[in-house]
Each structure stands twice: as C-alpha cells, then as structure tokens.
Design a protein around this ligand. Structure first.
Ligand SMILES: *Cc1c(COP(=O)(O)O)cnc(C)c1O
Length: 220
C-alpha cells in the first residue's frame, strides 16, 4: 500500500486526537473523503493509500469518476437527490445521506423493491432552517423519520446536517444528536473541513472532509 499523502495523514491524525480528547474510540469515526470536483490526480493517492470511503454530491459525476474503480470501496451520495435519479443512485451508491422528503422516500422504496438492493440511508436535517438548503426542518424530522419507517418500509441508519456557514456549528451538531437520540438513531454524519473536530466532540460517527484532504476544489 502506498504512503498516504501528508494532508490525508494529517486529517486522520486530527480525527484521532479529537476523539481521544473526549474519550471516544477513533475507530468510531469514519472519514468520508469528499472527492467531488477534484481531479483524479488528487484522489488517486488516497485510494492508493488504502482509503475506502468516498463522498460525491452528484450522481452523474460520481458514476463517471468511480465506474470501474469502485470495487471494494464505499461510496456516499452527500448531495441533493432528485427522485428521477433514484434508480441510478440506488444501483450505484452504498450510502445515500440526503433523504429529506416523501417523494424521494417513495422513489427509493420502489427502487429497493425493483433492484433488491438498498443503500444505507441518512435523513438530512436542515438544522439552520435555511430556505436555500435541502433537508427536513427539525420540527418535522420525527414525523418524517416515522413515515420513512412505517409508510415506506425504509431502514434509516442515521442523520446528516450541514450547519449554516456563518454560525458556530456546535449547536447544530448538538441539535442533530438530540433528534437522532429521540428517534433511536446512533449514526451522525456531521463535520466538514472547517469543523470536523468540533463535530467529533459532539458525537459525529462520520465526518465528510473534502478540501482539507484534496485541496481547494476547481469550482463551487
Ligand atoms: C462539499 C461537501 C463537503 C466537504 O466540504 P469541505 O469543506 O471541502 O470539507 C461535505 N459535505 C457536503 C454535503 C458537501 O457538499
């Protein structure tokens, strides 16, 4: 296995330190390496170093990048999913982190039946109630999770959030953890390049890190 790039080794070490500092086992935090909009030259060394878990925000882009290379890897969809792309997403991804509405829940349930394959699912919560952001608002999260389970027969693994850029993330992470707790969910996908250590402190079981690993993205 190739020597990990310094930025990768650094992020892994920072996750471990953040976990240890609050008495958590570093193995309880999964690094989702966000490879969206990155050139393959930036991503390849992290694959070569043996990293297995990658995140992408667009279905087509992810398929183009990972088709034929995804053997043994775990691919997460972390961007909004249109229900008309549910078929491709169910066929391709191991984890879909952006379930946030009934129409999509129905489409995913249908595709599960048809394909006999179900990606692990996270419900995205719009903790900052930002109008431009995807996710179910906190007040509707319990009912939505219940509907996913009861009306659509879906197994929900955990919750995901993207806090507002201009606010301290801690309260948002705490809110996500609270909603998860009262719904019997133990997995929390939260924390990005600028705040993953804070997220670990608030109980993140996976952090989604892009630019700190691969450098600045080509476009927004
Ligand atoms: C792009 C993206 C990330 C990674 O962001 P960085 O700040 O580059 O670490 C994480 N989560 C989601 C949902 C994203 O779209």
């Amino acid at each position: 296995m190739a020597t990990p790039p310094p930025s990768y080794a650094d992020v892994v070490a920072r996750i471990a330190r953040a976990a240890q500092a609050c008495g958590r086992d570093p193995a309880g935090v999964t690094l989702v390496a966000v490879s969206k909009q990155q050139p393959w030259e930036a991503v390849e060394p992290v694959v070569a170093a043996g990293h297995k878990v990658f995140g992408e925000n667009r279905v087509q882009e992810a398929m183009a990048r990972w088709e034929g290379r995804s053997q043994g890897l775990e691919l997460h969809l972390i961007g909004p999913l249109q229900s008309n792309k549910a078929k491709e997403a169910v066929a391709f991804f191991d984890v879909i982190e952006t379930l946030d509405r009934q129409k999509l829940a129905r489409a995913l349930a249908e595709q599960t039946q048809k394909q006999g394959r179900m990606p692990r699912l996270y419900v995205q919560v719009n903790t900052g109630e930002e109008p431009q952001k995807a996710g179910v608002v906190p007040a509707e999260a319990d009912a939505f999770i219940a509907a996913c389970r009861k009306d659509f027969g879906l197994t929900i693994e955990g919750l995901m959030c993207i806090p507002p850029v201009d606010e301290p993330p801690g309260p948002h992470f705490a809110l996500l953890a609270k909603i998860a707790g009262r719904n019997g969910l133990s997995k929390l996908s939260m924390g990005m390049s600028d705040d993953f250590e804070t997220a670990v402190r608030f109980g993140a079981t996976s952090v989604r890190v892009g630019s700190a690993l691969f450098g600045k993205r080509a476009s927004a």
